[in-house]
Design a protein. Structure first.
Length: 625
């Protein structure tokens, strides 16, 4: 985000009325708060290079030097006054503020707890002016256009507060974090941090001529590491009043702490419950337990729709419509995570761009900019255009699984029948299949496949479970979860509790495609099941769903419990371990994975496939050394 300040405006004292509107409070808690405020000011002044120098974790010295617009000499003393600002003049401007600062408080607050001096020079002046805050003296000094603020001996007059500070190393870490937060969202600004004369961090300015997304990606890689970029997918979403972009970490990279969650609103780093809740919800289907996702999200919204004047340190904001921002963030991340990476990888591979060195996670996400709502369809279109046979194969898979044998001879008959319509893929197209050509099954658990990059390993039960689950969800969303009446109802001995649940939740069961009714005082009859699941063990399925429903009790919770119920159903119908699959069945499963959303994770958030590259295989055998 570029600063929206007109640098020519004078610093003026705010009216009392406006002062009373401003969220006041403790601004300076520790050295990092000073760093944040001074960097805010430098950014507002349009700086493209900001250098931070610290001594003793910032307690002895914080110096922030910028190449921004500078402050005219006559305004220097006003800058240090409380409620003096060049950034807003009236309430109207406060309501749509686009700069980091607006209260005219930061410098005054810092002056009151430290020894402060400012050197500044505007483009109109031949030399710089130095203001010593304690003496109030102005004198000529030498420096180029821009401003340097030096803050020495923080809390010197309030030893009690100084005692609350942690070690220099800890305070330094907080200062670096404060600059890092700014740096992530300002790729066109260069930052450097020195501590005790040593360069601690340096992030060079990105070329302003590059696309914004490229600049952001490079800056994210510089600040958070190449791994972050490699293990995340691009977020790009536009809806109504919101634009959401940035990157969302792959589910595998979730952490036990939420320390890699960066959210920005109009270039301001914030902590916001609505946003973090929306992000967590977006991962719900691919991340289980208490793992914390990793993300850097940049939200742009008309400044008039968000109130930044709610917290003294501006770390919180209030949205005019919280629901709207929740939806935007949720959909932005969901869309980004939905596309199977196998397909994305192939898209890049066909451009000769991929390096699949380190397993599935090394597969880079697509760099193409698809509009989110069209995302999934774009993915499918791509599939169809590039892999003409894959679509046919996927359809054959449906036939296959519908004829999924339960056991023995009948099973073989079924499979053979299904295979009649199975198109055997030609070798040329096999090369293009992201998950490759099946070559074997290992211990009844894994499918081994060969693709251009090397070896693909697939957990067949986990993968199939996700495919069935996604199908059930799609069908239920489209209200086409058709059930199939059973010619001979399946009956089973049931507990009084199960019978009560079946009666009580009959509507919910019907919505799930299950018709279950009491046959006697101690037995239930299953009369219909979803078409998809008709071949599985319907009794086990019914029992699990009833048990789950009993926990969730009323049918009113269907919306909330829906995904859990569908997951239970999917688990029952997914191909079991130890079932022998033919190569054609394995290939069909691979093709289906390539076109199924979220197929990279099983329903419990674990990966469904891994890539072992030829390079990794070579390394195993010390080849080429
Ligand atoms: N690095 C800088 N370059 C140019 N002008 C600056 C710089 N730092 C401060 N100023 C000027 O001094 C004024 C006061 O700064 P201060 O940080 O106290 O208040 P603010 O940024 O206006 O509001 P806030 O208290 O919300 O930060 C600013 O409005 C700005 O005009
Ligand atoms: Mg400020």
């Amino acid at each position: 985000m570029q600063p929206q300040l007109q640098p020519t405006r004078a610093i003026r004292e705010l009216t009392d009325e406006l002062i009373s509107q401003i969220a006041a409070g403790e601004v300076v808690e520790r050295p990092a708060s000073v760093v944040r405020e001074l960097v805010d000011n430098a950014l507002d002044a349009g700086a493209t290079q900001i250098n931070v120098r610290l001594l003793a974790g910032g307690v002895r010295l914080i110096s922030v030097e910028d190449n921004g617009a500078g402050i005219p000499p006559n305004e220097l003393p006003i800058a240090l006054k409380r409620h003096a600002t060049s950034k807003i003049v009236d309430l109207h401007e406060l309501e749509s503020v686009g700069t980091m600062g607006f209260r005219g408080e930061a410098l005054a607050a810092i002056v009151s707890v430290s020894e402060l001096s400012i050197f500044s020079r505007t483009a109109d002046q031949d030399s710089a002016t130095l203001l010593n805050a304690r003496s109030g003296e102005l004198q000529a000094a030498a420096r180029s256009v821009g401003t340097t603020v030096e803050v020495k001996e923080l809390f010197y007059s309030t030893p009690a507060r100084r005692k609350f500070l942690k070690t220099d190393a800890t305070e330094l870490a907080h200062c670096v974090e404060a600059v890092r937060r700014h740096a992530l969202t300002r790729p066109h600004v260069g930052f450097a941090i020195w501590h005790e004369g040593k360069l601690v961090e340096q992030w060079r300015a990105q070329n302003p001529g590059d696309a914004q997304e490229t600049q952001i990606d490079r800056r994210l890689a510089d600040v958070l590491g190449e791994d972050f970029l490699r293990d995340s997918v691009a977020v790009h979403y536009q809806s109504g009043n919101f634009t959401v972009y940035g990157r969302a970490g792959l589910p595998d990279t979730a952490r036990s702490r939420g320390d890699q969650q960066f959210a920005y609103v109009n270039g301001r780093f914030i902590r916001d419950k609505v946003i973090s809740h929306a992000a967590r919800a977006a991962y719900e289907d691919v991340l289980h337990g208490h793992r914390q996702p990793v993300y850097a999200l940049f939200i742009e919204v008309d400044p008039a729709r968000v109130d930044v004047n709610v917290h003294p340190t501006k770390i919180e904001v209030r949205f005019r419509d919280g629901r709207e921002v929740h939806q935007a963030v949720l959909h932005a991340i969901e869309n980004a995570l939905a596309a199977p990476r196998s397909a994305a990888a192939a898209a890049l591979d066909s451009l000769g761009e991929t390096d699949f060195a380190i397993g599935a996670n090394a597969v880079k996400p697509p760099t193409t900019n698809v509009t989110p709502s069209a995302n999934n369809w774009a993915q499918r279109d791509w599939q169809q255009a590039n892999m003409p046979l894959a679509g046919d194969t996927a359809r054959s898979l449906e036939i296959l699984w519908q004829h999924k044998p339960s056991s023995g001879l009948a099973a073989q008959e079924d499979t053979r029948e299904a295979l009649k319509s199975f198109a055997t893929p030609n070798t040329e197209t096999q090369q293009q299949w992201p998950l490759g050509k099946a070559i074997a099954q290992l211990h009844g658990i894994y499918i081994l496949a060969e693709n251009a990059q090397g070896l693909v390993l697939v957990d067949m039960h986990a993968a199939h479970e996700r495919i069935v689950y996604e199908q059930l969800k799609t069908q239920m969303d489209a209200q086409s979860l058709n059930s199939q009446p059973l010619l001979i109802p399946a009956t089973f001995q049931a507990t009084a509790h199960e019978i009560a649940t079946a009666e009580h939740c009959a509507d919910t069961l019907l919505a799930l495609g299950l018709e279950i009714s009491a046959l006697s005082a101690n037995s239930l009859a299953i009369r219909a099941v979803p078409i998809h699941l008709a071949r599985g063990d319907v009794v086990a399925l019914a029992r699990s769903v009833l048990a789950e429903l009993a926990q969730h009790e009323a049918s009113t919770v269907l919306a909330r419990a829906r995904n859990e119920l569908l997951a239970t159903m999917a688990c029952h119908s997914a191909v079991r371990a130890n079932r022998h699959l033919t190569l054609d069945e394995m290939n069909a499963l691979l093709r289906q994975m390539e076109v199924t959303e979220r197929s990279d994770q099983c329903n419990h958030g674990r990966p469904t496939w891994r890539q072992l590259s030829l390079r990794e295989l070579d390394a195993l055998f010390l080849r080429g050394r």
